[in-house]
Design a protein around this ligand. Structure first.
Ligand code: SF4
Length: 464
C-alpha cells in the first residue's frame, strides 16, 4: 500500500461463499473474510442459510468488529448449509452503514442474499425505472438494484432470474448470491475483477482471492472464467456461460501490482512471484547508483526484493509499518496528518543514515505521499533518494471497479516524469515500462486502461 491513504488507489471489495463445507461453515466464512480484509475495511458481513431460514451479521467496521462471537453463535444456530460474505471499501457515494453487504431480500417463498465486488455503470437508469414502478430502495448501492432485478424474475427459477437480471446490467463485477438452497457465482464477461473456485472436503468455496482458501484449508481448483456462471446446488456444481459468446478478457493488471495479497494466485500467477519479477525487470531497465534498496510496505516490498536481487544491492527494511494504525485511528485535523503518516510507516534511521537509497513503490497516484515519504527518508539520514516505481505511470481513471481520483488529480496525467521528480524531491525517478510489465505478466488479456488511457470496453459515464 502506498505511503499513506492520501495517495492510494482505493481498494475494491472482497467476496466469499461456501457450500456444504461442514458444520463450521460460518466460522470458515469468517476466517476466509479475515484473509480478504485488505480488500476493504469499511464494512463486513456474512449471510447463511439452512434452506429455510436465513441469518445475517453485517455492519460497518472490520470483520473482527462486525462478526463478534455472539454473531457467529447466532449464524451457527440455524445449522447452515451455504453462505456468503463480503468486505467493502466504500466509495464516497456509498459510505453509509446501510450499504454494508451482503444485502438480503425476503419474500413469501424464501430469501436471497447477494454480495458484489465491482462497479456497475448503468444502475442509475435501472434504479429510476424500478422506482417508477413502485420499488422502494433502502440503500444507494448497486447491489440492491441487481438484487431487486433478480427478485423480480424469481418465479422463473433462480438461475434464469440471475441470467435475466445480469443481462441488463453493464460494468465490471464479480458476485456471489445465495438463494435458500443454491449458491451462484458470476464473473463479468471481461473478467475485470477476480474470482476463484475451490474445494473444501466434499463442498465448494468461492472467493475474490485464493489467500482466503489457504486460511480456510481449502484447495484452489481454478479461476472462475470471464462470463461464467457457477451454480452449486444439491445436484453438484455446474457451469454456464452467462452472457452470450466469449469476448476479450480484461483482467485488472493492478491485482498483481497492488491490490491482491502476495500469497494469492490470480489467473494462474502467484502475486508474489509477479511482484518480484516486476522489481527485477525494473532494475534492468532503471538501474541506480545507490547503497541499499528499500520497499514501501506492503506491495512495494517484493518488488524491492526483486530489484535488490537483480541489481546486487542489499535489501534493507528501511520503512517499518505499524499494522495497527488503520481506519479507526483518530486523526483530528490536517496538522496531525503527517504525524499519522509517520506512525503508520516509520523510516528506520538505523538503516538509512548516510546511505544512498533506492526506494521501490508500486505506483504514484497524486504524488503527495511520495513527496512526504522522500522528505521523511531524508530526515532519517538518507543522503540520496532514488525512487523506482514497479508499474508504468498511472495516467487515467479506472471505470472498471476501482475508486480512483479524477484525471485532473492524477499527477502522471499532467506532468512529465522530470516535473514529477522535482515535485516529490527525489534525486532520480523512473517507472517500469509497459513492455516490462507485460513481460512479468505474460498471460495476456489484462486491462491496462489506467496506464494507457485507452478503454477497450465502452465506458458509460453514468457513474454511481
Ligand atoms: S483501469 Fe487499471 S485499475 Fe481499473 S481495472 Fe483496468 S488495470 Fe485495473
Amino acid at each position: 500500500m502506498p505511503y499513506a491513504e492520501l495517495d492510494a488507489l482505493k481498494e475494491e471489495c472482497g467476496v466469499i461463499a461456501a457450500y456444504e463445507v461442514g458444520e463450521d461453515l460460518p466460522w470458515l466464512l469468517y476466517i476466509g473474510l479475515f484473509a480478504l480484509q485488505h480488500r476493504g475495511e469499511e464494512s463486513a458481513g456474512i449471510a447463511v442459510s439452512n434452506g429455510r431460514q436465513l441469518e445475517l451479521a453485517r455492519g460497518p467496521g472490520l470483520v473482527s468488529e462486525v462478526v463478534t462471537s455472539a454473531c457467529l453463535q447466532q449464524l451457527h444456530s440455524i445449522k447452515p448449509r451455504l453462505g456468503i460474505g463480503h468486505v467493502r471499501y466504500g466509495t464516497s457515494s456509498d459510505m453509509g452503514a446501510d450499504n454494508a453487504q451482503p444485502l438480503i431480500v425476503r419474500y413469501l417463498q424464501g430469501s436471497m442474499a447477494l454480495a458484489l465486488n465491482g462497479n456497475l455503470t448503468n444502475t442509475n437508469r435501472i434504479r429510476r425505472e424500478l422506482e417508477e414502478n413502485g420499488q422502494i430502495f433502502q440503500t444507494t448501492s448497486d447491489t440492491e438494484v441487481i438484487l431487486n432485478l433478480i427478485a423480480r424474475y424469481r418465479r422463473e427459477g433462480i438461475v434464469t432470474a440471475v441470467q435475466r437480471a445480469l443481462s441488463q446490467v453493464q460494468g465490471a463485477y464479480s458476485l456471489v448470491l445465495q438463494s435458500d438452497d443454491t449458491l451462484i457465482a458470476v464473473r463479468d464477461k471481461h473478467g475485470f475483477r477476480p474470482l476463484v473456485l475451490g474445494r473444501l472436503g466434499s463442498g465448494y468455496v468461492i472467493a475474490s482471492e485464493s489467500c482466503a482458501f489457504d486460511a480456510m484449508g481449502a484447495e484452489l481448483i481454478r479461476d472462475v472464467l470471464p462470463g461464467e456462471m457457477i451454480i452449486i446446488d444439491q445436484n453438484g456444481l455446474r457451469s454456464e456461460r452467462l452472457l452470450g459468446p466469449e469476448v476479450e478478457r480484461h483482467s485488472c493488471i493492478f491485482e498483481y501490482i497492488y491490490f491482491a495479497r502476495v500469497d494469492s494466485v490470480v489467473d494462474g500467477l502467484n502475486v508474489h512471484a509477479v511482484r518480484r519479477s516486476l522489481g527485477r525487470i525494473l532494475a534492468q531497465e532503471q538501474p541506480a547508483a545507490a547503497d541499499i534498496v528499500i520497499g514501501v510496505p506492503d506491495s512495494g516490498v517484493p518488488a524491492a526484493v526483486g530489484y535488490a536481487l537483480e541489481s546486487g544491492l542489499p535489501y534493507e527494511e528501511g520503512l517499518v509499518k505499524n499494522r495497527y494504525v488503520g481506519r479507526t485511528f483518530i486523526s483530528p485535523g490536517q496538522s496531525q496528518r503527517n504525524l499519522k503518516v509517520r506512525l503508520k510507516l516509520n523510516p528506520n534511521r538505523h538503516v538509512l543514515e548516510g546511505k544512498r537509497v533506492v526506494v521501490v513503490e508500486d505506483s504514484i497516484v497524486r504524488g503527495t505521499t511520495s513527496r512526504n515519504l522522500i522528505r521523511a527518508l531524508r530526515d532519517a539520514g538518507a543522503t540520496e533518494v532514488h525512487m523506482r516505481i514497479s508499474s508504468p505511470p498511472y495516467i487515467a481513471p479506472c471505470y472498471y471497479g476501482i475508486d480512483t481520483p479524477s484525471a485532473s488529480e492524477l499527477v502522471a496525467a499532467k506532468y512529465s516524469i522530470e516535473e514529477i521528480r522535482q515535485m516529490i524531491g527525489a534525486d532520480s525517478l523512473a517507472f517500469l515500462s509497459l513492455e516490462g510489465l507485460l513481460k512479468a505478466v505474460p498471460i495476456g488479456g489484462n486491462c491496462l486502461s489506467c496506464l494507457t488511457g485507452k478503454y477497450p470496453v465502452q465506458v458509460c459515464q453514468e457513474r454511481n
